[in-house]
Design a protein around this ligand. Structure first.
Ligand code: PHB
Length: 360
């Protein structure tokens, strides 16, 4: 029987254990240029004892940015910066995949090239506010992408995946969750398109499936994962029938023989009582590859999930921010450092690279 400490192969990526570091936005890239830096390399190096690191969400193109100081993967300087990160993690014996991100409407003209409107499947303004360099500002109504722009968007994903491989990553994760661009296409509340990319679930899933197909063709399926979050309401998103939508998506993903599927259960950061109902076991049964589950797992629940076969690996976020040596703490049954919420987004070393390791 497998447990959290059993090695695992995800496609071409060999994991020493089944503890995965979830993708976590930390807003510490160098600005201007949104370039990964030495501090980021140190942060990831400290966490290299997990089986696989999924990087913070990383914009694939200038239009994909929606927050200050999020590192991109679309300029030569960014690729060079990420090379230092992957080298640091590999030197420490770890594995690392880059999360490919486009925020779609969760942005603001202040963060867009030329002060343009953010793009989205449909011109529907999200409730809430964007994080800009000048503080919070109300979201604007985005511009609906023209059908003729879709091939260029897909090409940006492909280029970003190639850039990731050039930067030394072990693979990529296509971010199709949390109310960002690909999720905005998937879910009925944000997609009112009347072309082939909107309407029924097959049309709403078309962009994601085309992105997956083209990225797989470019860098090989055994280095590609996909992230979904079927019921999150984060970023003002919802679906009329998430069970039907996501069973369809997962069934279609079987075609590609991906390295892994990564599913965020419930709503990130929200208490379990507030999670909308959803049958994740149905997705487990439908999906023919490796499944990573995520959100609010602790040692006991993660062990149980792997031992029961509910998941092949478990991704941890908050615990890994505060405990760089989480795997060792799990192994030895030792207590965890508390998380400092005030230093999650932005800043420098404090709350980033200064969480203590276990002594001795
Ligand atoms: C965030 O920046 O808060 C963020 C980014 C990506 C996610 C979730 C949250 O998937």
């Amino acid at each position: 029987m497998s447990d959290l400490f059993t090695p695992l192969r995800l496609g071409a990526i060999e994991l020493a254990n089944r503890v995965v570091m979830s993708s976590l936005t930390r807003n510490r890239a160098s600005h201007p240029g949104d370039v990964p830096n030495a501090l980021m390399a140190e942060y990831y190096r400290q966490r290299a004892s997990v089986g696989l690191i999924l990087t913070e969400a990383t914009p694939i193109c200038p239009e994909g940015h929606g927050y200050p100081r999020t590192p991109g993967i679309h300029s030569p300087e960014q690729i060079d910066g990420w090379r230092k990160v992957t080298a640091a993690v590999h030197d420490a014996g770890g594995k690392i995949a880059l999360q490919l991100w486009h925020v779609g409407r969760i942005s603001h003209p202040d963060l867009q090239p030329g002060g343009a409107l953010p793009v989205a499947p449909s011109a529907i303004r999200p409730a809430g506010q964007a994080v800009t360099f000048e503080g919070m500002k109300d979201f604007v109504t985005p511009r609906a992408l023209e059908t003729a722009e879709i091939p260029g968007l897909i090409a940006s994903y492909v280029e970003a995946a190639r850039n990731a491989m050039a930067a030394g990553f072990d693979g990529v994760e296509i971010h199709a969750g949390n109310g960002y661009l690909l999720d905005q296409f998937l879910r009925s509340s944000t997609n009112r398109r009347t072309d082939n990319y909107g309407g029924g679930k097959g049309n709403r899933a078309r962009l994601l499936l085309e992105v997956v197909q083209r990225v797989v063709a470019a860098i090989s399926a055994d280095r590609v994962g996909v992230r979904l979050s079927p019921v999150t309401t984060f970023n003002d998103i919802i679906d009329d029938n998430p069970q039907e939508t996501f069973e369809y998506v997962v069934g279609e993903l079987n075609r590609f023989g991906l390295a892994f599927l990564d599913i965020l259960q419930g709503i990130g950061g929200a208490p379990k009582e507030d999670w909308p109902p959803f049958d994740y076991e149905r997705l487990r049964a439908l999906y023919q590859g490796n499944l990573i589950l995520n959100n609010d797992y602790g040692y006991t629940s993660a062990m149980a999930a792997v031992e029961s076969g509910a998941a092949d690996a478990i991704a941890f976020g908050r615990l890994l921010i505060a405990n760089p040596d989480l795997v060792e703490r799990f192994r030895r049954g030792l207590p965890f450092n508390p998380l400092d919420y005030a230093t999650l987004y932005g800043g420098e070393e404090k709350g980033y690279t200064d969480y203590p390791f276990l002594a001795g």
